[in-house]
Design a protein around this ligand. Structure first.
Ligand code: ZN
Length: 926
C-alpha cells in the first residue's frame, strides 16, 4: 500500500513537470537528490524555481551520470581531472557547448573554459568572437557598423570557479549550471542561450583544488569537521593572494586567464567566492578605483540589485550588496582585469560549507543585523549544507545571465562606449601618453614593465626619431588637465618606449603609473591603498601633457622589449657598477666568484661607488653582465681599492606550517631571479646540526605573533599530517610533515639564535622581525607601538642611515620609495651620550658599541615627505622610525626588515636590499 502511494506520488510529480513544459521532462532521480540535499526551514527557502528541478536529456549526460553523484552530495568534491572529464563529456554530447584549454598550471593541471550558447551561435563562435573584438577596439569603426554590431553581437559572460581553493562549492555548481544551460528548453534558459555566450571555467586554481579535495578527505577521516585540515599550500607559490595578482600577472593562473581574456574579450567576468553569508553580490563600499569607468560602477549596481530583487522575492535570506570590500585596489586577478579592460568584473561571496559538509549557522549579531544596505540579512539557527551554497550561486548566476540576455544591446552599447571613452580620454585630455626612456638606470626593469603592459593587452610604441615635447604632466592625477607649459621640456630619444593613452586598453597602465590618494576618512581599505609601479620598481616614467606626442614618429612594438647590457674595452678586469637593482645584486650568483669594492674609487678617469663589482674578464662574465642588462667597463690597469670577495652563500628559506602565503612570494622572487636556496620548515630547527649547512636563513613574514611561531598550533586532538597517502595523493608538495601543529619550539628558537651567534645571517621581513626583537637576540632593537598611525599597504619614502652598509650597495639617492604596511616600526637604543661616566674600560665601550644595532634605512624624517602613494594619516608616529635594522648577534647578524622588500612581485626596487645582505652576509661589519 505504502509502495503504491509512493509510485502514484512520483507519477503525479512527473506529470506536473511534463505539463509545465510540454517538450521536456525532468530528471526525477537527480531532482529528488537536489531536494534531499537542500536543507529546509519553517520560514526561509534555500532553493529557487530556477534550480530545484533538473531537466532531463536523453543524449547529454548529467554530472551524476558521469561522476556518480549530484553536486552538493555530502563528502563529495571532484578533482580537477574529474571536473574536466565532465565538461569534456558534456562537450562531446551537446552541440551547444565547446571546451577550450586555457593552459596548464605550474604542476601540469589543465585550466579549461567551456562556451555555451545555442547551436548556431556555437557553430559560428569565431564570428561572434570577432564581432566582440571589433566592439572592444572601436578605433575606425563607422557608426553604421557599430550599430549593426550592437544588434548582431552577443555578450560573453564568463563565470569562473574556485580561485580560492577552500571555497569549494563553485566547481560543483558550475558542472550543473553548464548542463542546465545546454539542455534546458524552458523559455528562461532559451533566452539566455540565444542572447548570451556563457563561458565557464570550473576551477581557476587547479593545483589548489586537488589539494583541497585531499584536505577535505583528511579532515573527515580525522573527524575534525569542515575545514579541519587547513590548506597549507594552494598553488605552487601563492595561497589566498592568488587573486592579488591582477596588476603584475606573475602567476600561471593569472597569465592563463589574462591570455584567455584577451582572446574572448568578455563583457562580464563573474568570479565565484565563498566567505560571508549567504550571498553577497559585489558593488563594494568605495572608494572605487579612479580608472574604473562610471558606467561599470553603474553596471555592478544594476546587476547586483537585479539579483537581490529576484532572489529575495523567491524567499532566500541574506542576499545583499554594498559592503564587504572597497573596490579600490585593482589587483584582483579576474575582476580587476575585467574592470580595467572595459568589461564588467564582479564577484559573489556565498556562504561556504568549508568542504562538502553542513553546519548550523551561528553568526555574530553584526552579521545578522538589518541595515540600510542589507534589509534582508542572513539568519541564525538554520542548517546550511554545501547544496544550499550551490543553489544560491546557481540561482544568482541564472538571474544575472537572464538580465544580460534581456538587455543584450544595452550591455554591448556600454561595452563599446567604455572603450570609446577610454580612447577619447587619451586623445583629448592629459596625460596623452607615458614615455619610458630606454636609456635609464634600471633599463632592464623598465623593459620588464613594458612587457607587463603588453601582457595587459596595451599597445606599446617605440620612438623612431628624437623629438621634444613641451612638458611633463605633474604627478598628481587631480591636476592632470591643468599642466602648464612651465614644466620642463621632455626630450624623447629614438628607441624610447611610448604608451599612447588614446587606445582602449590603457586603464591598466594609467592605474599602475598613477599616484594613489586614499583618504583617511574613506571606508577602511580592504587591501593595498597604493601600488604605483614605477615607484615600487624604481623605474623612470614620464607622464606627457603635450598632445602633440600623439603625432610624433613612432612605430608599434611587435615583440617583447629587452635590454642587453654593454661591455666596453678589453682589459683584463671588468668593473660593473652596482645600480641598486636586483640584477646588479644577483651578479655573484651569475658569475660565481666576484670581488666587491669596499669604497668608492676612480679607474680610467671614471668614478665607481662602493659596491662596484670587480671581476676577471672572461666571455662568460661578459655574457652574464650583458644578459642582466647591466653595463661594464673593462680596465687594463690595476684597481687600487679595498675589496672583499663574495662567494655565493648557502641559503635556507625558512617556512612556517602556520601559513605559506608570504614566503611563497619570496620563493617566487628567488626562483625568478635565479637565486638557489634550500626550502626548510621551522619544525626541523630543533634537529641537532640542522642549520650547519647554511650561511643565511631567510624567514619571510608569517601572519602570526612570535609566540605562535614558537608554539605552532594547539596540540589538541590527533596529529594532522601534510603528506601524500593513498587517500591524499596531492599533499606531497611543496613540503611535508607528519603533523602540521608543532612550531619551532624553544629548542628551535635556541638553534636559530645559536646559528646567528656562530656567524650566520638571519633575515626577517614584516612580522617575523618581531621574533628576534621580542626574544632579545639584540636588546638594542625595540618595536615602536603606534596608536594613531594609519599607513595601510602603500608606498613610503625611506632614507639611508648607515650609508656604508653593504646592504645599501647601489642605492645612491638620499631617499627612495618602498612598500610598507602599518607595522612593524623599530628604533635602536642610542648610545648614552649624556653621562660622561668615568671609569669605563674603552675596550668594554668599544665592544658594547660594536654590538649596538644599526639603522640601515629609516622612514623619511619629514612627515610631509613620507607618503609616495596610498594612505597615510598621523605620519608623526612613523617618520624617523627604523625601516631596516642590522643587529649584530654574537659573530653573526640579524637583518630585520620592517618593510616588505619582496612584496607580491611588485616591489622590485627593494629586492636588492635583500640580495645585498645575503651576498655580503659575512661582511656586514663594515
Ligand atoms: Zn575568495
Amino acid at each position: 500500500m505504502e509502495i503504491q502511494m509512493k509510485t502514484i506520488a512520483v507519477a503525479f510529480t512527473a506529470l506536473v513537470a511534463i505539463s509545465a513544459n510540454a517538450q521536456q521532462g525532468i530528471d526525477s532521480a537527480y531532482t529528488a537528490k537536489i531536494r534531499e540535499l537542500t536543507t529546509t526551514d519553517r520560514l526561509w527557502k534555500f532553493n529557487t524555481d530556477l534550480v530545484e528541478t533538473l531537466p532531463a536529456s536523453s543524449t547529454v549526460p548529467t554530472p551524476f551520470k558521469v561522476l556518480g553523484y549530484v553536486p552538493g552530495t555530502l563528502g563529495r568534491l571532484s578533482y580537477v581531472a574529474d571536473l574536466n572529464k565532465y565538461f569534456r563529456a558534456l562537450a562531446a554530447a551537446s552541440p551547444r557547448t565547446k571546451v577550450f584549454s586555457l593552459g596548464m598550471s605550474d604542476e601540469g593541471r589543465e585550466m579549461i573554459v567551456m562556451a555555451i550558447a545555442d547551436e548556431s551561435t556555437i557553430s559560428n563562435l569565431e564570428n561572434y568572437r570577432t564581432q566582440l573584438a571589433r566592439l572592444a577596439d572601436p578605433r575606425g569603426l563607422s557608426a553604421a557598423d557599430k550599430a549593426r554590431l550592437i544588434k548582431e553581437a552577443k555578450p560573453i559572460y564568463w563565470l569562473s570557479g574556485s580561485i580560492h581553493s577552500p571555497e569549494t562549492g563553485s566547481p560543483e555548481m558550475l558542472m550543473e549550471l553548464a548542463y542546465r544551460l545546454a539542455v534546458d528548453e524552458s523559455e528562461n534558459i532559451r533566452a539566455i542561450r540565444s542572447n548570451v555566450i556563457t563561458l565557464i571555467t570550473p576551477v581557476t586554481e587547479v593545483d589548489g583544488r586537488d589539494r583541497m579535495v585531499d584536505a577535505d578527505k583528511e579532515a573527515r577521516a580525522l573527524k575534525l569537521g569542515p575545514g579541519g585540515v587547513p590548506l597549507i599550500y594552494w598553488g605552487k607559490y601563492t595561497a589566498h593572494d592568488n587573486n592579488r595578482d591582477g596588476m603584475v600577472l606573475s602567476q600561471k593562473l593569472t597569465q592563463n586567464f589574462m591570455a584567455g581574456f584577451l582572446y574572448w574579450k568578455p563583457v562580464v567576468v563573474h568570479d565565484l567566492h565563498e566567505s560571508v553569508p549567504f550571498l553577497y553580490t559585489s558593488t563594494g563600499t568605495g572608494p572605487y578605483n579612479d580608472e574604473y569607468d562610471p558606467i561599470v560602477v553603474d553596471e555592478w549596481h544594476t546587476l547586483a540589485y537585479q539579483e537581490i530583487t529576484e532572489l529575495t522575492r523567491r524567499g532566500l535570506p541574506g542576499i545583499w550588496t554594498h559592503g564587504f570590500y572597497d573596490g579600490w585596489a585593482p589587483n584582483y586577478t579576474l575582476l580587476s582585469v575585467a574592470n580595467l579592460h572595459n568589461s564588467i568584473g564582479r564577484f559573489y561571496e556565498t556562504y561556504t560549507s568549508s568542504g562538502a559538509g553542513c553546519r548550523i549557522v551561528k553568526l555574530p549579531a553584526a552579521d545578522t543585523a538589518r541595515r540600510w544596505d542589507r534589509p534582508n540579512p542572513p539568519v541564525n539557527g538554520v542548517r546550511w549544507c554545501i547544496r544550499n551554497n550551490i543553489n544560491f550561486q546557481e540561482s544568482g548566476a541564472l538571474v544575472a545571465l537572464r538580465y544580460v540576455a534581456d538587455h543584450r544591446e544595452t550591455f554591448l552599447s556600454n561595452y563599446v562606449a567604455k572603450a570609446e571613452r577610454m580612447i577619447d580620454r587619451g586623445r583629448l585630455t592629459a596625460p596623452y601618453a607615458f614615455v619610458i626612456p630606454r636609456n635609464q638606470r634600471h633599463a632592464a626593469e623598465a623593459a620588464d614593465m613594458i612587457n607587463l603592459f603588453r601582457a595587459h593587452g596595451t599597445e606599446i610604441s617605440v620612438a623612431t626619431s628624437d623629438f621634444t615635447l613641451q612638458g611633463r604632466a605633474p604627478p598628481s592625477r587631480s591636476s592632470d588637465t591643468t599642466a602648464t607649459k612651465s614644466t620642463p621640456a621632455v626630450t624623447v630619444h629614438t628607441g624610447d618606449w611610448i604608451v599612447r593613452l588614446d587606445q582602449p586598453y590603457s586603464a591598466s597602465v594609467r592605474t599602475l603609473l598613477a599616484i594613489q590618494k586614499f583618504k583617511a576618512d574613506d571606508p577602511p581599505p580592504y587591501d593595498d591603498t597604493g601600488w604605483t609601479l614605477d615607484a615600487l620598481r624604481h623605474v623612470e616614467t614620464i607622464k606627457v601633457s603635450d598632445s602633440t606626442v600623439l603625432t610624433k614618429p613612432m612605430q608599434l612594438l611587435s615583440g617583447d622589449a629587452s635590454v642587453k647590457g654593454a661591455v666596453t674595452g678589453n682589459g683584463n678586469t671588468l668593473l660593473v657598477k652596482h645600480v641598486g637593482d636586483w640584477r646588479s645584486a644577483a651578479l655573484p650568483w651569475k658569475v660565481g666568484k666576484v670581488s666587491v669594492a669596499d669604497a668608492a674609487f676612480t679607474a680610467d678617469g671614471a668614478r665607481y661607488p662602493a659596491g662596484t663589482f670587480i671581476i676577471e674578464n672572461s666571455s662568460s662574465a661578459r655574457d652574464a653582465v650583458s644578459a642582466l642588462g647591466l653595463n661594464a667597463a673593462s680596465t687594463g690597469n690595476a684597481v687600487t681599492v679595498g675589496k672583499h670577495t663574495v662567494s655565493v652563500p648557502r641559503i635556507a628559506l625558512l617556512h612556517s606550517w602556520l601559513e605559506t602565503q608570504n614566503e611563497g612570494w619570496v620563493r617566487y622572487a628567488f626562483d625568478k631571479m635565479g637565486i638557489p636556496y634550500t626550502y626548510i620548515s621551522e619544525q626541523g630547527l630543533k634537529r641537532p646540526g640542522y642549520l650547519d649547512r647554511f650561511d643565511v636563513v631567510i624567514y619571510p613574514n608569517v601572519s602570526a605573533n612570535p609566540i605562535s611561531l614558537v608554539n605552532g598550533r594547539p596540540m589538541i586532538g590527533p596529529p594532522i599530517p601534510w603528506k601524500k597517502s593513498a587517500e591524499t595523493p596531492n599533499l606531497d608538495k611543496w613540503d611535508e610533515t607528519d603533523d602540521i601543529r608543532p612550531g619551532m619550539g624553544l629548542d628551535g628558537l635556541a638553534a636559530l639564535k645559536s646559528f646567528v651567534e656562530r656567524g650566520g645571517l638571519l633575515i626577517t621581513t614584516g612580522a617575523t622581525s618581531r621574533l628576534p626583537v621580542q626574544m632579545g637576540f639584540n636588546s638594542t632593537v625595540n618595536e615602536v607601538t603606534t596608536t594613531r598611525l594609519n599607513a595601510r599597504g602603500g608606498i613610503f619614502r625611506v632614507q639611508p642611515v648607515s650609508t656604508a652598509s653593504p646592504i645599501l650597495y647601489g642605492y645612491e639617492s638620499s631617499s627612495f620609495p618602498v612598500y610598507f604596511s602599518q607595522s612593524p616600526l623599530f628604533t635602536v637604543t642610542p648610545r648614552d651620550t649624556t653621562g660622561g661616566a668615568e671609569g669605563v674600560d674603552p675596550a668594554f665601550d668599544a665592544a658594547r658599541e660594536r654590538m649596538r644595532a644599526r639603522v640601515v634605512l629609516k622612514f623619511h624624517e619629514k612627515v610631509d615627505s613620507l607618503l609616495v602613494s596610498g594612505l597615510l594619516a598621523n605620519g608623526d608616529e612613523m617618520n624617523n622610525k627604523a625601516a631596516v635594522v642590522d643587529a649584530p648577534v654574537g659573530k653573526g647578524h640579524v637583518v630585520l626588515f620592517g618593510i616588505r622588500p619582496l612584496w607580491r612581485w611588485e616591489s622590485q626596487g627593494s629586492f636588492a636590499l635583500v640580495l645585498n645582505a645575503i651576498a655580503n652576509w659575512n661582511h656586514l661589519d663594515f
